[in-house]
Design a protein around this ligand. Sequence first.
Ligand code: HEM
Length: 457
Amino acid sequence: MMALSFLNIIASIMVALLLYPLLTLTQNYLRVRTLGLPIVFSPFGRLNPFWVITQPYIAPFLTRLSTISDPFSIFQNFVDYSTNSCFFLSRYTLHECYGPAFFIVTPGLTELVIADAPAAAEVQTRRKDFIKNELNYKPLEILGPNVVTLNGEAWARHRRITTPPFNERNSALVWKQSLLQASAMLKSWIGKGERGVGNTLDDTMALALNVLMAAGFGKRFEFGGGSKEEKGDSMSSYRNALSIVLGNLYGAIMTSMLMGLPSWALPKKFLDMKSALKEAEEYILKMIEEERAGLVEKSSEGDNLMSVLLKASESEAMGKGRMGLSDEEIVGNLFIYNLAGHDTTSNTLAYAVIMLATDAKVQDWLHEEITSVFEEESVEKWNYERSFHQLKRCLAVLVSLIIILYYDIWLILSLSCSSKRSVSTAQYSTCRDTQPPRTNVSPSKRKRFSSHHTPSY
Ligand code: HEM
């Protein structure tokens, strides 16, 4: 009798587990059904943790299954628009099929995907109507709230304070450090001779991290070498901690969520990440303290992102009715500079190098511009203010690479609307819609990437 009721409980739980997603899927479908846009279904939201973790194993299996016969083709269908790399692989084909805007309905969030430039611009500029989805952004508060993760008034305060560091003076510092690091990287590549360059990305990651350390904190590292700091300084271990964290962002996010758990409950990988995160946090706090106490000897370039951020926060706090950033927020923002600026730049550089290596024509085109701007001048003398704005071809190559590559940012970061909002533009008028609550809008994700493949653009 006991066994029977236990089985009944298990069976009821199983039925509930199966029925609940069906119920929420139906609810979500009913919300968008009348809006006049094409609807596609997926059993998993793109950010569903189970799906994110298991898709590398399950998706190829489902794709193979879908080739057997018709009823199974349904698997390929949702794999096409639900996996992490789907936007990269599908390019514009899904929009060819479903039009410039369509809904992806799942048991979790519903997603509105648009490939229409004016509509995308409208969504991104109406910051009050289309807010960041906290569920997606919260995990990026690894060491504290920051300008990337916040909405509304808090975002505006962080934005006011975190903008001043990105000034022309700091750009000149970034320029100088980039030249130093790139020259050293090239020297090491040339030194490899016939063996060739083994891993371009590892080197561009080291380069990007060194530039960030110098521009962010005024701490200099040689490419492929150690710190230029005095012996005993813990900067090298901070750089190592940071490179562990930045090298495994998903691991860092998971670990920051599990930070409260006792050490014995965490696997070794998480423990290593936990101590890297702790070290990074402690070191940033120490640097802030030193900067405030005026203990930092200024380099010839003077300010860096951290020093300007601290000054901006203090002067904001002095304004009437205003407040600066708390220490936790300062750490959060300094850390997010590293995070936001590391993978993005290092991947772009690695792709640029590989692309240039395979395309002699583009190489010649850039070479022509570089020799005309700098003539015979040696690299050490290249001047930011005088030259940067003249390097239009270099900029064009990097910008087009960025547009191609960074579709994935929108896989992670999407906007959502908390109440009914409408988006309409001339091009979009056929699918003019009023968005229901709990809908994610992914304006650029497909737009950015698919626009390169959109005949009308
Ligand atoms: C190739 C290089 C880069 C690309 C493609 C890139 C891309 C982006 C994108 C798409 C966003 C918008 C995210 C959103 O709205 O949620 C963003 C925001 C941001 N990025 Fe970058 N980024 C790059 C380099 C950098 C660097 C070097 C830094 C800092 C050192 C940085 C710091 C930030 C910050 C602080 C924000 C948030 C701005 C705000 O919400 O007001 N990024 N970036």
